[in-house]
Design a protein around this ligand. Sequence first.
Ligand code: URA
Length: 213
Amino acid sequence: MHVHVADHPLVSHKLTLLRDERTDSPTFRRLADELVTLLAYEATRDVRVDPVEVQTPVAPASGVHLSNPHPLVVPILRAGLGMLEGMQRLLPTAEVGFLGMVRNEETLEAATYAERLPDDLAGRQCYVLDPMLATGGTLAAAIEFLVRRGADDITAICLLAAPEGVARLENELNDVDVPVSLVTAGLDEKLNEKGYIVPGLGDAGDRLYGVVG
Ligand code: URA
């Protein structure tokens, strides 16, 4: 798995504001949105394009356009929804599919509870949105799900990642024979005993949408 930690002063600036516990929900949503657009720029560096000729007012010019089928963007519910607009700003013609993942408390495995995706993802580049790569269980299950559907190139975009989550993805996706990349704004120190990223930014879903009792 290729891991890219975006190294840019604007990324660090926005991430620092997101981490700050004094940042309120509306500001958090706006910053997360802006940060995703910056990460999307990095994450789409290898988006597939085809050559095309256009006519400018002056002369013919060679360029490119996005290949068909266009990429699929997959936010993981709930917190991944807070990243969707920022991604669509850069890829407005991408299709969007949804995946809801929940941990089965008996098996401790992540299971799919909601899914709205094309049946056949053959030939699709997929961009998975999940703000926090913590233990990695959810993201690994989501990526495996997309690979079973036929996706042949997957990039996960996370605001923050923990080393434990990156290690689990690398381990669990060892046998997956499609390219998988991770683009994140920061690789933090560790997980704490409650599974929160340290120093992290707290519960991304709660900070985006408020605490659900
Ligand atoms: N999910 C979050 O929202 N925050 C964490 O720190 C870990 C998982």
